[in-house]
Structure formats: structure tokens, C-alpha cells
Ligand binder design. Structure first.
Ligand code: GDP
Length: 453
């Protein structure tokens, strides 16, 4: 998996190692080589171009972390952008509230659809689910027989539906049988064809309409590269698939389909097939795959450490400001912006001293939460620098002005000031206990512990 790309990337980054600064020239030279490596790996040219454009902008504009060399800095940026291209986070299966949840498996003949239906059933039963299988390929008895054999081997029931000749009738009967027998999931292995054909599309659309599946999973063969991407795109346009399972990743040394399919189709890769055995199915984790592609365990862990050090440094600065009572509204705004940038409150809370008011926002839905953060930001923006440094000078007249300037009300301004004072108090007491202890344990280099005031 990704063998050729791994070798090429190693060489590209090796030649960067001796550079002491990132110049436009050295970045361009490196990116030319990265581009070549991606195209040789059969990555879609549009995907390669977008990836490189983003890396270039970041490489030339982002502040360089003092603890990383230019080569490591480029590896970090390429890593982040590759993760983005692959979908950022793993995508989980959706289950319905009503039993049984239905997963519809679609894909071209030979893609590995039947084998993957079995693999998925085994994966689910190992997660303590009770799946049932059914094949609706009424035109190919051999395909149905194949699924029955797989089902037997993995000890998952397979609905036979003898005598039923219509695919939709078969699926409906299987659903009833699954519900009667207490199975929580029904995996439907739909018919496979060599090409996308009209009759098959209608057949699957009808199943979607009548069965309301929680997932329509497209099974695609990674070894056929960009053809897999094209067929995934077509299936998605015709049926509105919900995710992709890329099979035969073990036989694909290049990785072009894996690196392009999400970005081109907008569909998440949910699983990858990594062998012929029935347990060779893995959840697709973009970050782990990227580590595999870059194949530089040592450099990547160093980058992670540098990133953690930056978080720790920020935490230390806040800690210091709290101790010396110099945590101002401007710092408060910085923290709020971090929350918006990171997007996840949980992550933010895990990273920095806990801000009381933000914890209260935890249960608010994401939109309302985002809106609230926008208001808070606007209010602080309408303050003068003096007001941001010293909230105590903000009297009634100033509050009115701030409200007008930020398009909010005086009550909202009052509320923000109250939240700030509360947060400061809470953080101060935390910083004296929990945070202080945590920071003490970190064993940081001395230049980091001397946080500036
Ligand atoms: P279908 O026509 O789409 O149902 O395809 P099959 O399930 O019959 O699979 C076609 C072939 O691909 C079979 O020989 C499978 O063993 C093989 N296959 C499926 N998934 C994988 C995989 O992840 N890795 C490898 N090496 N072979 C696979």
C-alpha cells in the first residue's frame, strides 16, 4: 500500500534536509518533486494541483516553528494537507433507530462487493451487532451462492428467499425476517454489473425509496485507480451514495484512487479492504494513512511534539497572566478565537485552561454556539485598546457605545463582561491548583517555562 509514494517522498524530503531557511525557490523545487510523485502514483491531477497550491501558500506564509527545521516544516504542511484531502477524520457508519438498520452495498462486478458484504458483517458481529445478509442478484445465482458460502464461514445468517424472483421483494422479505429474528442490521448485497446500467440503477433506487437504508456504500476496487474514482462519481450522482469502501488496497502499490476519491466525489472513505481474508477490513483513518504514506515515524512524532509544545507554551502564558492578574479582555478574545478556529469545544477545553463560560456552552447546538462566539468577538472588537486592557473603566456610557458599535445590546455587553470576570476568577483558581500541577508535571525545556508577561 502506497509503497512507491513512500519511497519518492522520502527522497524529496531528504534533499531538503540541508536547507536552513525555506526560500520560494526551495519550496517550488520541492513541490515540483512532490507533484511528480503524486502524478506517478496516479493521483488525479486536479487533486494534486489543489494540494500543492495549498502547501505552497502555507509554506511561504506560515510562521515557522522555531523547533522545526525547514524540511520538517514542509513535511508538517504536506501531512496536514494530505489528511485534509483524505477527509480529515474517520467517518463512522450511521445506524437507524428502527430495527433493522439497512446497509445497501452497491458497486461494479468484480469490485469485491460480495466479499466486502461478508467482511462488513463479520466486522459488525465482532462489535456485538447481529447482522444478517441477503443477496438480491436474482440474475446471477452464482453470486447469491457465493454470499451464502461466505455467510456460513463467518457464521452470519444469510436470507435465502427461495422462490422470490424480484430483487425488491427479496429485500423486503429479508427485512421482515431480520426484524422477526431480532437482527439489528441487514446488509443487502445488490446486483453487480460490468457497467452502470439503467435497469440496475432503477432497481437500487427503488430499494432506497422503499427501504430507506442508513448507508448506501459504494464498493470500489483501488487497483483500477482513476476508473474507480470515475465509477464512484457516477454511482454517487445517480444514487446519492453515503460512503465508499475501497477494496484491494493491499494490491495497490500506488494509491491514486485512495488519494483522489474523497476529494473528487465528496464522499467519505469509510473502510478499506486489505486482503482476501474476511477479517481484512479496516476503518479508514486519514491521519494514520498519511503517516503510512509519509513513512517518517521519527519526523512525524517530532512534529507532534513541537505542536504540543506550542499548546503548552500558550497554556503557560495564560497561566502566567492569571497568576499576575494580567489576563485581559484581549486575551479572553484570543481564547475565544482559538475556540472558533479549532471548531471543537472539547478539543479546546482539553488544550487550554478551562474557561468556565465555554463549558456552559457545551450543550448549545453548533450554530447557536458559533453565533454566540461571533457576537462576543464583535463586542470586544468595539472596545478601545484601553478598555480591552482594563475592563474596570467600562462604565455605562462606554457600554452603550460598545453595544452600538457591535450591533448588540447593552445587556449582551453586560453579560460578556460578567462572563469574562467569572472566567477569570475560575481560571485563576484552577491555575493555582489543577493547571499549576499539570504544568509542573510537563517537564518543559526552560525557555518555555519562562513565559513572557
Ligand atoms: P464482486 O463481483 O464485486 O462481488 O466481487 P467479489 O466479492 O467476488 O470479489 C472479487 C475478487 O476480489 C475475489 O477474488 C476477492 O477475494 C477479491 N477481493 C475482494 N476484496 C479484496 C481485498 O481487499 N484484497 C484482495 N487482495 N482481494 C480482494
Amino acid at each position: 500500500m502506497f509503497d512507491s509514494l513512500q519511497d519518492k517522498f522520502q527522497n524529496v524530503f531528504k534533499s531538503l534536509r540541508l536547507q536552513t531557511v525555506l526560500t520560494e525557490e526551495s519550496v517550488d523545487e520541492t513541490l515540483r518533486e512532490v507533484r511528480l510523485a503524486l502524478l506517478e502514483a496516479d493521483v488525479n491531477f486536479k487533486v494534486a494541483k489543489e494540494l500543492l497550491d495549498r502547501v505552497r501558500v502555507k509554506a511561504l506564509n506560515e510562521q515557522v516553528r522555531s523547533s522545526l527545521t525547514p524540511a520538517q516544516e514542509i513535511v508538517r504542511i504536506v501531512r496536514d494537507e494530505l489528511v485534509e484531502i483524505l477527509g480529515r477524520k474517520e467517518s463512522l457508519l450511521t445506524y437507524s433507530k428502527d430495527y433493522p438498520t439497512i446497509f445497501l452495498m452497491v458497486g461494479l462486478q468484480g469490485s469485491g462487493k460480495t466479499t466486502t458484504s461478508g467482511k462488513l458483517a463479520l466486522w459488525l458481529s465482532r462489535k456485538k451487532r447481529r447482522p444478517m445478509l441477503v443477496s438480491t442478484d436474482v440474475q446471477r445465482p452464482a453470486a447469491r451462492e457465493q454470499l451464502a458460502i461466505i455467510a456460513k464461514q463467518i457464521e452470519v445468517p444469510c436470507f435465502a428467499g427461495e422462490g422470490i424472483t424480484s430483487p425488491i421483494e427479496l429485500a423486503l422479505a429479508a427485512r421482515k425476517d431480520a426484524a422477526d429474528r431480532g437482527h439489528d442490521i441487514l446488509i443487502i448485497d445488490t446486483a453487480g454489473r460490468l457497467h452502470i446500467d439503467e435497469q440496475l440503477m432503477q432497481e437500487v433506487s427503488e430499494m432506497q425509496l422503499k427501504l430507506r437504508p442508513s448507508e448506501v456504500l459504494l464498493v470500489a476496487d483501488a487497483m483500477i485507480g482513476q476508473d474507480a474514482v470515475r465509477s464512484a462519481q457516477e454511482f454517487h450522482e445517480r444514487l446519492g451514495t453515503s460512503g465508499i469502501i475501497l477494496t484491494k488496497m493491499d494490491g495497490d502499490a500506488r494509491g491514486g484512487a485512495a488519494l483522489s476519491i474523497h476529494h473528487i466525489t465528496g464522499q467519505p472513505i469509510k473502510f478499506i479492504g486489505t486482503g482476501e481474508k474476511y477479517d481484512a477490513l479496516e476503518v479508514f483513518y486519514p491521519d494514520r494513512i498519511v503517516s503510512r504514506i509519509l513513512g517518517m515515524g521519527d519526523v512525524l512524532s517530532l512534529i507532534e511534539k513541537a505542536e504540543a509544545a506550542i499548546d503548552q507554551k500558550a497554556a503557560l502564558e495564560v497561566h502566567h497572566k492569571l497568576r499576575t492578574n494580567t489576563f485581559t479582555l484581549a486575551d479572553f478574545q484570543d481564547q475565544l478565537r482559538q475556540v472558533r478556529k479549532i471548531g471543537s469545544l472539547d478539543q479546546m477545553l482539553g488544550m487550554l485552561p478551562k474557561v468556565g463560560m465555554l463549558k456552559n456552552l457545551k450543550n448549545v447546538n453548533a450554530d447557536a454556539h458559533e453565533k454566540e462566539l461571533v457576537y462576543l468577538d464583535a463586542i470586544i472588537n468595539s472596545m478601545t485598546p484601553q478598555e480591552r486592557q482594563n475592563h474596570e473603566i467600562i462604565n455605562g456610557r462606554r457600554r452603550k457605545r460598545i453595544a452600538r458599535g457591535s450591533g448588540t445590546t447593552v445587556q449582551q455587553v453586560n453579560q460578556l463582561l460578567k462572563q469574562y470576570v467569572q472566567a477569570r476568577k475560575m481560571m485563576r483558581s484552577m491555575s493555582q491548583s489543577f493547571l499549576g500541577r499539570q504544568l509542573g508535571k510537563l517537564n518543559l525545556p526552560s525557555n518555555l517555562t519562562q513565559a513572557k508577561s
